[in-house]
Design a protein around this ligand. Structure first.
Ligand code: DC
Length: 236
């Protein structure tokens, strides 16, 4: 292997955007289509929040929550169907991680600069050949500013609440559309207004309003942009 090959970092596609916009669906599809690794950075903030709650820590105790984030004992693995599964402290976490309570707690700990700093390198360690699809809020702005392709998805708050509602119900979780819309608005405002790594498109991001688009249309748009920059494998 030449020195240049050794030094070239794996390519990255970043996908940022607000809650419930469909980043997760697009990222899972892109990762499967390209055969690349997947980073669900929101899961790391959710796991940090969950671990802190389990230790009875006040979520605003920045130092102690950051220590939890730095020492997070977490394992991501794919089961036989290819679904991502997660173990925290050696025990599987399921729907609890995807609940709105956990999402809200994640958004609180994500506003703490020391927590973000503690998770930065862990996120960058996901960058491995043949490539990485990185799902989050600050993937293109902070974590992978040198990414080859940066995508930013947007959609109206109403539409995102509807999508999140459908997703929660499909996962067997209880949900109320009106409450969800309020919670999503509160999280958006916290994620956009925080001082460190606020939710915003990178200057060089491709932005798409998905309000009136189907999942297939969003995936087609992203794949078209990816194909301009990378070798996309043929479907066999
Ligand atoms: O994408 P998600 O809903 O799983 O994210 C949960 C929370 O974590 C979200 O409200 C904001 C925060 N988050 C973040 O601040 N930065 C990221 N890169 C990903 C998530």
């Amino acid at each position: 292997m030449s020195e240049a090959t050794l030094q070239t970092p794996a390519p990255v596609i970043t996908v940022d955007g607000p809650s419930g916009v469909g980043k997760g669906t697009l990222c899972r599809w892109l990762a499967a289509r390209l055969g690349w690794h997947l980073l669900d950075s929101g899961a790391l903030y959710r796991l940090t929040a969950l671990a802190a709650l389990r230790r009875d820590l006040p979520l605003e105790d920045e130092g102690r929550v950051a220590t939890v984030a730095a020492g997070l004992d977490v394992e991501f693995w794919a089961d036989l169907e290819g679904a991502m599964r997660i173990r925290l402290d050696g025990t599987e976490v399921g729907s609890e991680l995807r609940s709105e309570t956990c999402g809200d707690a994640a958004s609180r700990v994500a506003a703490l600069p020391m927590v973000r700093a503690a998770l930065l390198q862990r996120q960058r360690d996901f960058r491995r050949l043949p490539g990485l699809i990185a799902d989050g809020r600050d993937m293109g702005t902070v974590v992978f500013p040198d990414a080859e392709l940066k995508l930013f998805l947007a959609a109206s708050g109403e539409e995102r609440a509807r999508r999140r509602y459908k997703q929660l119900r499909e996962n067997g979780l209880d949900a109320n559309l009106q409450n969800l819309a309020g919670e999503i608005a509160a999280r958006d405002s916290r994620d956009i207004r925080r001082a460190v790594a606020p939710l915003e498109p990178a200057r060089d991001a491709e932005v798409l309003d998905t309000t009136r688009l189907s999942i297939a249309e969003v995936c087609g748009w992203a794949l078209g942009l990816a194909a301009e920059r990378f070798a996309v494998p043929e479907i066999r």
